[in-house]
Design a protein around this ligand. Structure first.
Ligand SMILES: [Cu+2]
Length: 154
């Protein structure tokens, strides 16, 4: 009988933890239940200086950096929506294909109508790679849009 209590406590901790994570976890909650819609990205896609264009719900928007991205040097990620797509929130996550680079996730803030900005900083790659992918996710009118934009640091 004494062995049951720890198991119950562990189970309870798990349930409570899961509930907290789903309520207050940084990027879970409502989004996780939404269908992911792939953004269609126009090629060529160059994040600096021109920016990449993509289409969500028939509206064109762009994603760009404010400077050539370098490791350890803060830069801005700018999401600009031509047509006022009502974005609820937006986040960028930086990854390397096939390599765990830790969590490099930054939330964009609304700066003006149709303009969302995040300050980001990238770690140095331990193997010297410079090829990154920035994954943009934003929620608009009940859809979760996701697109991956490749770029290189220098
Ligand atoms: Cu790496």
């Amino acid at each position: 009988m004494k062995q049951v209590l720890p198991i119950v406590l562990i189970a309870l901790t798990g349930v409570v933890g899961y509930w907290f994570a789903s309520q207050y976890g940084p990027w879970r909650g409502a989004d996780a239940d939404l269908n992911a819609v792939d953004l269609s990205i126009e090629r060529p896609c160059v994040l600096f200086p021109t920016g990449c264009k993509a289409v969500a719900a028939g509206d064109v928007f762009s994603l760009r950096f404010d400077q050539p991205p370098q490791s350890l040097k803060p830069f801005k990620v700018v999401l600009a929506l031509d047509a006022p797509l009502p974005v609820e929130h937006a986040v960028v996550q930086f990854e390397m294909v096939g390599m765990d680079m830790g969590i490099n996730r930054f939330r964009l803030s609304k700066r003006a109508e149709g303009t969302w900005v995040a300050s980001a900083v990238l770690p140095v790659c331990s193997t010297g790679r410079s090829d990154w992918v920035v994954r943009l996710t934003f929620v608009s009118e009940g859809e979760r849009y996701v697109g991956e934009f490749p770029f290189e640091t220098r």
